[in-house]
Ligand binder design. Structure first.
Ligand code: NAD
Length: 296
């Protein structure tokens, strides 16, 4: 079993650490929040006082922090790359911009380390259950070395290509999920206003060509399916503000790739409107409030 340094113990990192401990690995952890560290210690992890301490004398370092600037800081600014022993394998599971992922890959490679970007889908439920999907970017050797650790936290572990292409895959998926959430809200609201009951709309569309995973599991109308946060006043789930973050990443990536994403742009504008109205902490399905403001 391996020695793992884990940095970023929030909604996702906390349960990921618990699953690595359950899988028999020994964990050294660090977070800016003492509460988050204490929670991991209760699960059997060893607390450290800095990024450098967490990433020294370990076989693997895993990071799970909010945004690209956090990842650049903890890797590049007298952090992980300065402290890690030769042979340490690095895994960044945060969802960040492709440019930051590639910059950190380059620096890790120059310093002689194996590294992968490995953002996840599956949310807090998947992190808890150890069923995350990992979308991995990096060379094949790094991917194979990281895989046994990822298997302690997830089920689907996919090599998407070179450094940064895990992030590219992740934002394509999340752009589509954002578009599908907005599309489901539009269709359900229009159908209802035309006089069709939401139950009938759900029954027909979820077995017809307009269906999507989002439509079927996070439908924005309450009580048409058992799994939707709309049944519980849009309690997340996946917060709308995180969806906006990912949609913005998709739009930056689209610009870099010189590719047109009119639906991605429309979904980004709609989520921006939702967040500006103060609903950022609600589930993504609350996007229906932009179409049907009286939704509760
Ligand atoms: P979170 O805000 O709950 O946790 C992030 C943690 O990182 C916090 O505890 C914070 O204190 C810590 N942190 C930030 N900067 C740090 C630093 N410099 N040193 C040490 N610790 C630091 O976020 P989360 O929901 O766990 O998400 C983490 C990443 O996973 C994000 O990139 C997010 O987009 C992605 N993600 C989240 C979900 C989800 O459903 N929450 C799903 C898929 C992917």
């Amino acid at each position: 079993m391996a020695k793992v340094g884990f940095i970023g113990l929030g909604n996702m990192g906390g349960p990921m650490v618990r699953n690595l401990i359950k899988a028999g690995h020994s964990l050294k952890v660090y977070d800016l929040s003492e509460d988050a560290i204490n929670f991991a210690v209760q699960a059997g992890a060893m607390a450290t006082k800095s990024v450098k301490e967490a990433s020294s004398e370990v076989d693997f370092v895993v990071t799970m922090v909010p945004v690209g600037s956090n990842v650049r800081e903890i890797f590049l600014e007298d952090g992980i790359l300065a402290a890690a022993a030769p042979g340490t394998v690095m895994i960044d599971s945060s969802t960040i911009d492709v440019g930051s992922a590639q910059a950190v890959h380059e620096a890790a490679k120059s310093a002689g380390f194996n590294m992968i970007d490995a953002p996840v889908s599956g949310g807090v439920i998947g992190a808890d259950a150890g069923t995350l999907t990992f979308m991995c970017g990096g060379d094949k050797d790094s991917f194979e070395k990281a895989k046994p650790i990822l298997q302690g936290m997830g089920k689907n572990i996919v090599h998407c290509g070179s450094g940064g292409l895990g992030q590219a895959t992740k934002i394509c998926n999340n752009m589509l999920a954002g578009i599908n959430a907005l599309a489901a809200a539009e269709a359900m609201t229009m159908g209802e206003r035309l006089g069709v009951s939401p139950d009938i709309l759900y029954e027909v569309i979820s077995t017809s060509t307009g269906r999507s995973y989002i439509f079927e599991t996070s439908n924005p109308m309450p009580d048409v399916c058992s799994t939707s946060p709309a049944n519980n006043k849009f309690k997340p789930g996946f917060m709308a503000k995180l969806m906006l973050k990912d949609l913005r990443l998709s739009q930056a990536a689209a610009q870099d790739a010189k590719t047109s994403t009119p639906l991605g742009a429309a979904a980004t504008a709609a989520f921006q409107q939702l967040i500006d109205s103060g609903f950022g902490d609600l589930d993504t399905s609350s996007i229906i409030k932009v179409i049907k403001p009286e939704s509760k």
